[in-house]
Write a protein that binds this ligand. Structure first.
Ligand code: FAD
Length: 307
């Protein structure tokens, strides 16, 4: 493919643009300032008409009310289709079931079902709540029992979940979640597309056919990303560290590099046949907007948005 062919694929409004689906992840804000930043990002990303947006659930269930409030406001004030994240940690089945029912009453029809990390933090030994759902697979089954019309997405790990002893355990777990009713997997973020492709081959070889949507993290802060990646099992390639080296005091160049890195990643994934992307926005819009533009996605004209 010549480079001009490659770029023509992403011309505004052409067919290839309509083949790309995006979704955006946000987290519930803690402070008024963070609240303003979240809603600014939501409003700027809304015109890209994402397939859905999702709102995370704080570690240990710490944001239950805030997640609910954020999802509620999205339903009330936007045209977006919100998915609420829900974890098993720190709550009984009855309590979780109540949360599922309240989302259903609110009109939410999509939950991202997760086990969650131990309340003591990532790396601590996970102990299920004695009366709770133990793992994500159990939670998916619970959601389907209570709300059979709820769409359920689950996690997947191109570099394996740190607690899975081997690939068989990892893939068996993903299968269990699908057998319980999950219809989409969203991956942990990764920076090496070969790892994603190899993972996808393993998933398909195991007979799993549901969409596996790559989670893309535009890097807002490289230091924080390194620390979190070490905990959650995402590897940082040498070339990536090299690109960000020496930029600690240079926010402007950092942002340009972050945009270039993520654009390069998604365009390479498109070349490998990927059509759906989930962006970890960190409640910011600039990088995600720029990357979506490179995917050919631009806001619809105002008159079309209203129609
Ligand atoms: P599971 O799929 O249940 O698997 C976790 C581990 O347990 C795996 O190693 C699996 O092999 C093992 N396992 C599964 N079943 C059993 C069993 N029956 N017996 C023994 N071992 C078993 N965290 C939050 O707190 N809030 C969020 O909003 C959030 N959103 C996320 C969104 C995405 C897309 C991703 C990828 C992760 C998210 N996380 C979130 C992080 C997630 O909660 C952690 O990675 C957590 O450690 C695992 O959750 P899981 O749903 O992947 O667990």
């Amino acid at each position: 493919m010549s480079s001009s062919d490659k770029f023509r694929r992403f011309e505004l409004g052409n067919d290839s643009a309509s083949r790309v689906n995006v979704s955006f992840e946000f987290f519930p804000p803690k402070t008024e300032k963070m609240e303003a930043s979240l809603w600014n990002a939501v409003k700027r990303l809304e015109p890209l008409n994402p397939a859905f947006v999702s709102v995370t659930y704080g570690a240990g269930g710490s944001t239950r009310e805030r997640t609910h409030r954020t999802v509620e406001r999205m339903i009330r004030e936007t045209s977006l289709r919100p998915a609420a994240h829900l974890t098993c940690v720190g709550a009984s089945r009855e309590e979780i079931d109540e949360v599922i029912r309240s989302y259903h009453e609110l009109g939410v029809r999509h939950i991202v079902a997760l086990r969650g990390d131990p309340q003591e933090g990532i790396g601590a030994i996970y102990k299920p709540h004695p009366q709770g759902y133990a793992y994500a697979g159990d939670l998916v089954a619970g959601i389907h029992r209570i709300s059979p019309d709820m769409e359920v997405s689950v996690s997947a790990y191109p570099e394996r979940h740190p607690e899975s002893a081997d690939w068989q355990t990892e893939i068996d777990n993903l299968k269990r979640k699908i057998d319980a009713g999950a219809t989409r997997a969203i991956t942990q973020y990764f920076f090496d597309n070969d790892l994603f492709e190899t993972f996808l081959e393993k998933v398909r070889a195991a007979g799993i056919t549901i969409p596996v949507v790559p989670g893309i993290l535009p890097i807002v802060n490289f230091e924080t990303t390194m620390v979190f990646s070490a905990k959650c099992g995402t590897s940082i390639p040498h070339w990536l560290a090299h690109r960000f080296s020496g930029l600690d005091e240079d926010a402007e160049t950092r942002k340009l590099v972050a945009s270039a890195v993520a654009c390069e990643q998604v365009l390479d994934l498109v070349d490998r046949g990927v059509t759906d992307f989930h962006f970890y926005t960190m409640n910011r819009s600039e990088l995600t907007l720029a990357i979506c533009r490179m995917l050919g996605l631009v806001p619809a004209p105002v008159e079309q948005q209203a129609a």
